[in-house]
Design a binder for this molecule. Structure first.
Ligand SMILES: [Zn+2]
Ligand SMILES: [Zn+2]
Ligand SMILES: [Zn+2]
Length: 255
C-alpha cells in the first residue's frame, strides 16, 4: 500500500509571514516561505489521518482537497494545533457521523474547556461532534492499523510524536529522551520541528534538531514548525547537512 505524508502547514504558531512583520523572510515571494500552522496529512496502510488541526485547518483541507478523513491525532493542546477543530463539522456533515479525535487525557480536558459548546448535555444543533479516543505512551490502533506514540517534552508540557511504520513525526518539543529516540530508529523519513537558529525555551533550535536527526538516523529528515527567524527556504537548503531538508507547505513524500 502506498504510504505518504503531505505537509499541510510547516510554520510556527504565528505562521509565516507573521502579521505586521516586514522582515526579509516575511517579504519573500517564494511560495515555500509561506507557512501555515504546522499540520500534516498522512495516508498509512489505508488510513487517512491529519496530525493537529490548528487555526488554518479549514484552508488546509480545502487547499489539499481532503474530502474524507478517518481521524485527527493531536500532539498537544496548544492553540496553533487545536484551534481549527470547529471545522470538523464539514466531516460530520458529509460522513454522517461523529468525528474521531485521538488525544491524551490532558489534551481532552483542554478541548472540553476550549470547545465547551460541543460537549454539553444540551448542544446547539450543528455544533461539532467529536468522538474522543484516549491515547498515552502505548501503541494504539485505528481500524487495526498500529500507530506508536513517542513522548517528548515541550518546555514543561509532555507532547506526543508518532511513528507510522517507516515515518516518524515529532513537533513542538525541545527535549527527547534516548528511550524515545529508540522508538524512532529505523524510520526512512523523519519529521522534526525546528523554530530558529538561536536557542528557544520550548522548541528545538537548529543545532538541537539536527542532533536528534543524527541520532534517529533516517535517510531523509525534514524540518517543520519553522519561524521567520530561520533563513529563507532556498538559503536553508544550501546550509543543511546531507539528508536534511526544510519542509514546505504542499510537499508530499512517500514512505
Ligand atoms: Zn506549535
Ligand atoms: Zn518576519
Ligand atoms: Zn506547542
Amino acid at each position: 500500500m502506498a504510504n505518504k505524508i503531505e505537509f499541510l502547514g510547516t510554520g510556527t504558531s504565528q505562521g509565516v509571514p507573521m502579521i505586521g512583520c516586514n522582515c526579509e523572510i516575511c517579504r519573500s515571494d517564494d511560495f515555500r516561505d509561506k507557512r501555515l500552522r504546522t499540520s500534516a496529512y498522512i495516508e498509512y496502510e489505508g488510513l487517512r489521518l491529519v496530525i493537529d488541526a490548528g487555526p488554518d485547518f479549514r484552508q488546509q483541507m480545502l487547499r489539499s482537497g481532503i474530502k474524507e478523513l478517518d481521524a485527527v491525532l493531536l500532539t498537544h493542546m496548544h492553540k496553533d494545533h487545536t484551534g481549527g477543530l470547529d471545522d470538523i463539522r464539514a466531516y460530520n456533515y458529509f460522513m454522517h457521523k461523529g468525528f474521531p479525535i485521538y488525544a491524551e487525557a490532558s489534551v481532552q480536558e483542554s478541548l472540553k474547556r476550549e470547545y465547551a459548546y460541543a460537549f454539553g448535555d444540551h448542544r446547539y444543533p450543528g455544533v461539532p461532534d467529536f468522538i474522543l479516543h484516549t491515547i498515552d505512551e502505548h501503541p494504539f490502533n485505528i481500524n487495526g492499523v498500529e500507530i506508536i506514540p513517542v513522548r517528548a517534552i515541550h518546555y514543561r508540557l509532555p507532547v506526543l510524536g508518532f511513528r507510522f511504520g517507516r515515518l516518524g513525526y515529532l513537533t513542538d518539543a525541545n527535549s527527547i529522551s534516548e528511550e524515545s529516540i529508540e522508538k524512532f530508529k529505523g524510520v526512512d523519513v523523519f519529521v522534526i520541528s525546528c523554530i530558529r537558529r538561536e536557542k528557544h525555551i520550548s522548541h528545538f533550535c537548529l543545532d538541537e534538531a539536527l542532533e536528534v536527526c543524527r541520532k534517529v538516523g533516517a535517510a531523509h529528515s525534514f524540518l517543520t514548525h519553522i519561524s521567520h527567524q530561520l533563513e529563507r527556504y532556498e538559503d536553508l537548503c544550501k546550509v543543511l547537512p546531507e539528508g536534511v531538508e526544510p519542509a514546505y507547505d504542499g510537499l508530499s513524500i512517500a514512505f
